[in-house]
Design a protein around this ligand. Structure first.
Ligand SMILES: NC(=O)c1ccc[n+]([C@@H]2O[C@H](COP(=O)([O-])OP(=O)(O)OC[C@H]3O[C@@H](n4cnc5c(N)ncnc54)[C@H](O)[C@@H]3O)[C@@H](O)[C@H]2O)c1
Ligand SMILES: N[C@H](C(=O)O)[C@H](O)COP(=O)(O)O
Length: 315
């Protein structure tokens, strides 16, 4: 067996075929990773995208997963939604059987999967369901931040009801535990945002801080977690407040991710905490406008492979 074959294998799912997933996977060719990187997707599609971009697939390990329908860059086809899920299922099965040490996901298009009649909210929720994990946490890291979310892909009107004491406590415990295990931080200091403007202004602008968030923080502090909050979200991400913190928990998707993507778009990493397999991902979407143009930045995919490799090396 050669040295290269002894390296842990990381599976990179190429994602929505009409998006930039196949393009950015081509940028992995020839990079000198401490792991073996294999790309999961339709070989013909990846080769044709390579020709279109004037690139080569030589040296790129591909596990062939066949397209269900022809693909044109930039044009979504619901007929290929099952293909996108075939790739994810193949990667997950490989992680569960220890064929792969981790999976790294290129972007999928949630809308077209739903248009195909398959309910799908995101990789995070899909992988949680497929692995029978009742609660996982989405965290995006980049630009010196680690932003974890108390709620993920749901309509804004449904956010307050989804933030219960039990759900929030589970989220904070998962963030604390995974920062220790996956990131080697012995006692993570975690900032927790409020939900309402000015963290509710003492109950005058909403009661979620008083009724839910503060009591959870207090209870978990008593268990030894190093939590600070509920903090007004508008100033949580200022330099002085962030100082000394290892992660920041936002109450909903855009409260945290708008900040993260402002400082780190295209080199941030999305990681699913609390999952029994290791999964990292890019911080951007399918960018249909850029597919096949050569303008897609592969930086976030590199960062996602790099983070997975580091966590694998940590054991
Ligand atoms: N990890 C994932 O699977 C993932 C992440 C985010 C969004 N999405 C999905 O992607 C689809 C499109 O989402 P969107 O339009 O909100 O966001 P998007 O990230 O696809 O695009 C937003 C803007 O950023 C640009 N952009 C994105 N990635 C880029 C890159 N690597 N290099 C250069 N420019 C880049 C796009 O051209 C566009 O102008 C949606 O279905 C969304 O749910 C998937
Ligand atoms: N919320 C993520 C983002 O904005 O980058 C994105 O939609 C991906 O989510 P999944 O990892 O669950 O697909």
């Amino acid at each position: 067996m050669s040295g290269a074959e002894r390296r842990p294998v990381i599976a990179v799912t190429s994602g929505e075929p009409a998006g930039i997933g196949p393009d950015i996977c081509l940028a992995l060719v020839g990079d000198d990773w401490p792991v073996r990187v294999v790309v999961l997707g339709d070989r013909g599609l990846i080769e044709s995208r390579a020709r279109q971009l004037g690139r080569s697939t030589e040296g790129l390990d591909i596990i062939h997963v066949p397209l269900r329908a022809p693909c044109t860059p930039g044009r979504l086809a619901p007929a290929n939604a099952p293909y996108v899920l075939d790739i994810l299922d193949r990667a997950l099965a490989g992680c569960q059987s220890n064929e792969f040490a981790a999976m790294v996901t290129a972007p999928v298009h949630k809308g077209v999967i739903n248009d195909a009649g398959i309910p799908f909210t995101g990789h995070t929720e899909y992988l949680a369901e497929k692995t029978g994990t009742p609660r996982v946490v989405m965290m995006l890291a980049g630009g010196g931040l680690r932003v974890a979310l108390a709620t993920t892909h749901l309509a804004l009107k449904d956010v307050p009801a989804a933030i219960t004491r039990e759900e929030l406590a589970t989220t904070l415990r998962i963030v604390d535990a995974d920062l220790r295990v996956k990131f080697g931080i012995p006692r993570p200091r975690i900032l927790v945002a409020g939900l309402n403007p000015h963290a509710g202004e003492g109950g005058h602008l909403g009661r979620e801080e008083i009724d839910t968030i503060a009591p959870v923080i207090e209870a978990l502090r008593a268990e030894g977690l190093d939590l600070v909050g509920p903090l007004p979200a508008d100033t949580l991400f200022t330099r002085r407040v962030l100082e000394g913190s290892h992660a920041q928990v936002a109450m909903y998707h855009d409260q945290g991710l708008a900040v993260l993507k402002y400082v780190a778009f295209a080199d941030g990493v999305n990681i699913t905490l609390g999952l029994p397999v290791l999964r990292t991902s890019v911080d951007h979407g399918t960018a249909l406008d850029l597919a096949g143009t050569g303008k897609a930045d592969p930086g976030s995919l590199f960062a996602a492979v790099g983070m997975a490799a580091e966590i694998v090396a940590r054991g």
